[in-house]
Design a protein around this ligand. Structure first.
Ligand SMILES: NC(=O)c1ccc[n+]([C@@H]2O[C@H](COP(=O)([O-])OP(=O)(O)OC[C@H]3O[C@@H](n4cnc5c(N)ncnc54)[C@H](OP(=O)(O)O)[C@@H]3O)[C@@H](O)[C@H]2O)c1
Length: 428
C-alpha cells in the first residue's frame, strides 16, 4: 500500500462527483487524493468549476483516466489508491467492474448506491474475496442509506434496554422563506431508479442465495402500517412505505450485528411522508405509471427520454440548482419500541409487553448531494484511519456494520448530521 494515493474519486466529472470533490477538500485535509474518469477535459473542467466555487487551488490534484469498459484502465486506476470513492452510476451497469478491479488490486471501495440488487449481488459475489484481501467494500454511503442505518445505531445506543423495532419516517422540506423551483433530482439518480424498478423482482433470488439461513422470528413482530397512514409523530402527515434501499441496508447491518456480535437485530419498516393528501395521490399516480412503464423496454425508453414529463419537472439533466440543494432539508424520524430492561440479547421470544418507546430524529441540510458526499468521503476516511475498529477481516458490508465502532457517527454529527432524542417514554 505504501506509495499509493489515499483516495481516488472515480466518476468525478458527474453531478455527484463534483460534490465529492468539494467534500474531499474539506474532509481529506492531509490525505493524498486524486480524481478519475473517462474524459480528461471534463475532469479538468470540473476541477476548475470547483476551484472557482471554493477558492482553492486544485492544480496539483492528479487526474487519472479510466473507463468502466476498459478493465485494464480500471485496474491501473484502482492499484493507485487505498480507497476508491465511486460516483459512477447507475451501479447496476457500472459498479461491478469497479468493485472487481478493487478486489483484484486490494483496494477498498465506497459508493453512494441506492440499488439493493447491486449491493446484495456485490456481497454475494465478492465478500469472500474481499475478506481474503483484507479490504472493505461498502455501498449506500450517502442519503441512501446513512441516515437510516446510522440513525438506528444512534437510537440503539440511546435506548439502553432492549430494542425490538424501529420505524423511520422521512420528511422533506426547505429552509424558512425559501421558495423552491426547478428540478430536485439529477438524471443520474432517476436513471438508477428506473432500472431499479425494472429489475426489482430479481432481488428475492439474490437474497435467497446471499442469506441461506433465515433469521429466527423475533417477537413481537413489527407489522407494516399498510399502504397509507397518518403519522402523529410528524404532525399527522400522510405516509406510505418508502421504496428506497433503507430497509435492505438496515437488514444487512442488523443481521451482521446478530451473527457476529450476538446482538438482537432490530426489525425495521421505512416510510416517507407527504405534505398533503393531494401530494400523496399525485405521487401514487406517478409511481403507478412509472412502475408499469419501467417493466417494458419501450416504457423505459419513454421514461428515460422524457424525465421532466414523467416527474412533473422534478428530474432534469442539469440537476437541482445549488441554491435549491443548499436550502433542502431532510428530517428522518425514528420510532423505537422495546423493553427498558436489558433482556438476554439474542433471545428471540419475549412474552412480556413492551414498556419503552424512544423517538429520535436526524436533520440534514442538502441531503441529496452535499451531505451525501460528506458521508461518502467520511466513510472513506474511516477506512483509512480506523480499520482497527472495523470488522476484523475485510468484506462487503452495509455502512453501520462496517462503521458502527468507528467514529463515523461523531464525524457525521460534526459535519451537519444533527441526531437528537426527541422523547423517551417508559411504563412500569
Ligand atoms: N443514493 C444516494 O444517496 C445518491 C445520491 C446521489 C447520487 N447517487 C447515485 O450516484 C450515481 C451518479 O449519479 P450522478 O447524478 O452523479 O450521475 P452523472 O452526473 O451522470 O455522473 C456519472 C459519472 O459516471 C461517469 N461515467 C459514465 N460512464 C462511464 C464509463 N464508461 N467510464 C467511466 N466513467 C463513466 C460519468 O463520466 P462522464 O462525465 O465522462 O460522462 C460521470 O462522471 C447514480 O447511480 C446515482 O443514483 C446516489
Amino acid at each position: 500500500m505504501a506509495g499509493r494515493l489515499d483516495v481516488v474519486i472515480f466518476g468525478a466529472s458527474g453531478y455527484t462527483g463534483k460534490y465529492a470533490i468539494i467534500s474531499s477538500i474539506n474532509l481529506l485535509k492531509g490525505f493524498k487524493w486524486a480524481v478519475a474518469g473517462r474524459n480528461k477535459e471534463k475532469l479538468q473542467a470540473t476541477l476548475k468549476e470547483v476551484e472557482a466555487k471554493t477558492n482553492q487551488d486544485l492544480s496539483k490534484i492528479p487526474i487519472i483516466i479510466a473507463d468502466v469498459n476498459d478493465e485494464k484502465s480500471l485496474k491501473e486506476m484502482t492499484v493507485q489508491a487505498k480507497v476508491v470513492v465511486n460516483c459512477c452510476g447507475p451501479y447496476r451497469f457500472f459498479g461491478e467492474q469497479v468493485v472487481k478491479a478493487c478486489v483484484e488490486t486490494s483496494t477498498s471501495h465506497v459508493d453512494v448506491s441506492g440499488e439493493p440488487q447491486y449491493m446484495e449481488t456485490m456481497q454475494l459475489k465478492y465478500n469472500d474475496a474481499a475478506r481474503e484481501k483484507g479490504i472493505y467494500i461498502v455501498s449506500a454511503c450517502g442519503f441512501d442509506s446513512i441516515p437510516a442505518d446510522m440513525g438506528i445505531v444512534y437510537l440503539q445506543d440511546k435506548f439502553k434496554g432492549t430494542l425490538n423495532s424501529v420505524e423511520t419516517f422521512i420528511t422533506w422540506g426547505y429552509t424558512d422563506g425559501y421558495k423552491p423551483s426547478g428540478a430536485s433530482i439529477h438524471y443520474g439518480t432517476y436513471e438508477s431508479a428506473v432500472y431499479g424498478f425494472a429489475h426489482a423482482n430479481e432481488l428475492g433470488g439474490i437474497r435467497r442465495q446471499l442469506f441461506k439461513e433465515k433469521l429466527p422470528r423475533f417477537k413481537p413482530t413489527l407489522k407494516s402500517r399498510g399502504f397509507a397512514h397518518k403519522q402523529p409523530i410528524i404532525g399527522n402527515k400522510w405516509c406510505i412505505p418508502f421504496m428506497g434501499s433503507d430497509r435492505s441496508v438496515v437488514s444487512r447491518s442488523q443481521r451482521y450485528f446478530f451473527e457476529e456480535e450476538k446482538n438482537r437485530p432490530v426489525q425495521m419498516h421505512a416510510y416517507i411522508s407527504f405534505g398533503s393528501f393531494f401530494a400523496l395521490s399525485t405521487t401514487l399516480l406517478l409511481g403507478f405509471v412509472f412502475g408499469v412503464l419501467a417493466r417494458s423496454e419501450f416504457g423505459r425508453k419513454l421514461l428515460l427520454n422524457y424525465p421532466k414529463i414523467f416527474t412533473f419537472g422534478a428530474v432534469s439533466h442539469e440537476g437541482p440548482s445549488e441554491e435549491k440543494n443548499e436550502n433542502s432539508i431532510l428530517t428522518m424520524y425514528f420510532l423505537g419500541l422495546g423493553w427498558k430492561e436489558k433482556l438476554s440479547e439474542s433471545t428471540d421470544q419475549f412474552d412480556i409487553p413492551m414498556n419503552k418507546k424512544i423517538t429520535t430524529k436526524v436533520t440534514i441540510k442538502n441531503p441529496g448531494y452535499g451531505a451525501t458526499c460528506d458521508a461518502l468521503v467520511l466513510c472513506a476516511r474511516n477506512i483509512l484511519k480506523e480499520r482497527n475498529n472495523m470488522p476484523q477481516n475485510g468484506g462487503v458490508y452495509a455502512p453501520a456494520a462496517a462503521f458502527r465502532h468507528t467514529s463515523l457517527l461523531k464525524d457525521l454529527q460534526n459535519n451537519g448530521y444533527a441526531f437528537e432524542v426527541i422523547k423517551t417514554e417508559e411504563r412500569k
